[in-house]
Design a protein around this ligand. Structure first.
Ligand code: SAM
Length: 272
């Protein structure tokens, strides 16, 4: 199975669109879509924290790498009306469905998505002043190539904002499947020290580093409570994106956080 199959083979677009349209005939807002389009630990709450960061950065041209089903893009688009925003994702069906979700609500601005690999991007040098990763570096095998591309397309005053899963202090405790990988071959977690070295070697200066693991764990615990009382495949849930195995993925994320196999961090960097 390749990475695109991991993300799109279980994506039931017809069933999802039907359920969303039935439940929200006037068009869903970002909170109503959050169970399916915020495919990261921490859900929409963590995306709102990234928005606060963006308010400080005040960018004019944003690139989101691995934009998935577009949860963060629609939040940004709602809050930064005059900012250019492009999302890239290697999973073409995610980009198509991202656009379909946006068009369900007539008040949404269309989102611009491109299917490509973050290790080789189709953009001019220095084009963006902000690049965001939200749980996507974790799938990218060649971090160095990807960061080199980020450095190339980011302007000299630009900011790199990461909300990522990193390898924790007990990687031997890692359990699969997790939402970003059914098996180890798609999970490219690196420890913080390695990421710091690679950022520095790629010309980035890390100026803020926050550990969001505790909050991530609490969020996952709340989700587990909700999942116990609902039937995941019959409701608007990540199971309609990731399939029945999602029943194992959620508990594994919690176990991995509890065991210190993974950690969740927000990192903010500038071009050196
Ligand atoms: C765990 S999902 C997160 C999606 C979204 N950022 C979110 O938080 O809801 C990871 C995303 O990264 C994308 N991705 C993985 N490797 C990529 C690459 N090399 N280039 C571009 N996108 C990639 C996947 O297709 C997937 O949509």
């Amino acid at each position: 199975m390749d990475l695109e199959q991991h993300y799109s083979d279980h994506l039931d677009t017809d069933s999802l669109l039907k359920q969303i349209k039935t439940r929200y005939p006037d068009g869903p807002n970002v909170y109503q879509l959050a169970p399916v389009d915020q495919l990261h630990i921490g859900g929409i709450k963590s995306s709102e924290k990234l928005l606060k960061r963006l308010e400080q950065i005040n960018p004019t041209r944003i690139l989101e790498i691995g934009s998935g089903l577009g949860g963060l893009m629609r939040l940004i688009s709602d809050n930064f009306k005059h900012t250019e925003l492009i999302g890239i994702d290697i999973t073409h069906r995610f980009n198509l469905f991202n656009n379909a979700l946006t068009s369900l609500n007539p008040t949404n601005k269309p989102v611009q998505t491109i299917t490509c690999d973050a290790q080789q991007m189709p953009f001019a040098d220095n084009h963006f002043d902000c690049i965001i990763f939200q749980h996507s570096l974790l799938n990218i095998p060649d971090t160095k190539a990807c960061l080199a591309e980020c450095h190339r397309v980011l302007s000299s005053e630009g900011t790199l904002l990461l909300h990522e899963v990193l390898e924790g202090s007990n990687p031997e405790q890692m359990r699969y499947p997790v939402p970003w990988a059914r098996e180890q071959k798609h999970s490219h977690l690196i420890p913080l020290t390695t990421l710091e070295q690679r950022l520095s070697a790629s010309g980035f200066l890390l100026y803020s580093n926050k550990n969001w693991s505790e909050e991530a764990l609490q969020w996952r615990q709340r989700q587990a409570g909700k999942e116990k009382t609902t039937q995941p495949v019959d409701t608007i849930s990540p199971a309609l994106v990731l399939g029945q195995e999602f029943k194992k993925m959620g508990p594994n994320v919690m176990a991995n956080l509890n065991a210190g196999a993974v950690e969740v961090r927000e990192l903010v960097c500038r071009r050196d």
